[in-house]
Ligand binder design. Sequence first.
Ligand code: FAD
Length: 463
Amino acid sequence: MKDKKLLRAIKSIVGKENVSTSPEERVCYSYDATNIKYLPDIVIHPHKVEQISQIMRLANTYLIPVVPRGAGCGFSGGSVPIRGGISLVTTRMNRILQIDEENLTCTVEPGVVTGELQRAVEQRGLFYPPDPSSLEYCTIGGNIAEGAGGPRALKYGVTKDYALALEVVLPQGEVVHTGSQVMKSVVGYDLTKLFVGSEGTLGIITKIILKILPLPQSRKTMMVIYPSVEKAATTASSIIRNKIIPSCLEFMDNSCINSVEDYLKAGLPRQAGAILIIEVDGSPLQTEKEMELISALCQKEGASQLKIAASAQEAEQMWKVRRSLSPAIASIRDIKINEDIVVPRSRIPQLVSHIEELKRELNVVIPCFGHAGDGNLHLNFMYNKDDQDEAQRIHRALHSVLRKVIELGGSLSGEHGIGFAKAPYLSMELDTATINLMKSIKKIFDPNNILNPGKIFPPDEEE
Ligand SMILES: Cc1cc2nc3c(=O)[nH]c(=O)nc-3n(C[C@H](O)[C@H](O)[C@H](O)COP(=O)(O)OP(=O)(O)OC[C@H]3O[C@@H](n4cnc5c(N)ncnc54)[C@H](O)[C@@H]3O)c2cc1C
């Protein structure tokens, strides 16, 4: 960082041990799970809301970009400092401040790791359902900013359904409090929901009150093998049509099965067309009954094999397969463009057939897995960086799939957000008036465009 005066001022706010400009440290905060890199000029680890407020005032004076960051495992480039500036990392603000067993809420700082919060509440017989597959390292602040979901979204909803109230530092340094810790409150606009999914562009979240639930008494998990993706997709629709809502209904295709088998050696059938992992929870009686009904439906729709986990360890093994998918498929090709499209769940079979057709027609690799129960699929468009021809074919496939998603009444992102990676596609889904309204909101919050600039809106549409 060239401006010594600014650097001195930052150090005096957060302490010099919480500031770094070393090349090594800057590289560590230059990328997220998209693996696209831009170096920040300076990395700051604040501990307190007051420090963040002062940093934002300073950043406005110097017109320097500030990019909020949790664990940096986002899939759309949200925490990547594409215009340099400050990487403001919240992982040292990681205290669980309160678990209120009477009112079923908990209060946390943004850097708390999602899985750690889940374990802390479960020790008291309570339950925080949102379960992104990255839960062992992603932060609640990052989950709020992305509106993260996970397999349990089907029955329990996503992060936004649990966010009751927030403390937020606005881009110009004011601290605001949105929502309320009570279960009902309709006082003024719902600013909590506005910040959820705002991808660090409207404010820095410094405290979060979340709703929690009683822990379900029992859970049952099963893995179902299919000869084709189409049969698995039809089963997913059929389960919901029969008015059963499992807590999770996850899907993976043949390329995913083979990659995860290479990665984990879990004994998966390499010839299978697709696998579903299905979980139900509730009272022991209810889970027993639902498992029976679902098993019968799976068999009717053409499952070739069905295994119910006999113990919690066996269930965990099945989930390990699911959670390992993202890293496992990374070795298929050099480059992976990760899309997390959503279609109405009844239309999954149509989308899956379209993808299968494209794979054959264009000879491309698109490993596909995801949350079949709520229509949210993770499609990985992969190619080798030296193969121009493959790159062109995969981009043709990508555009064709995105157009199909919109045609089927779907959405371009279910949980990963837009960041800068998906910004070019924003206008495929949103009309001009809606994009303009969003840009006006950004301008009210951040007139100098210093908080996470270049995210959500395509660069030429930012001003
Ligand atoms: C293997 C793998 C599996 C994944 N599985 C899922 C999944 O199942 N479901 C899912 O939804 N996502 C998933 N993700 C994506 C990612 O984990 C989520 O988007 C997660 O919410 C990111 O959290 P983070 O702490 O890493 O945030 P970061 O990546 O650091 O930041 C994400 C965004 O939030 C902003 N931000 C971070 N903290 C704050 C804050 N305190 N205030 C304001 N803005 C902030 C950043 O600026 C950025 O725009 C997965 C990622 C990986 C690598």
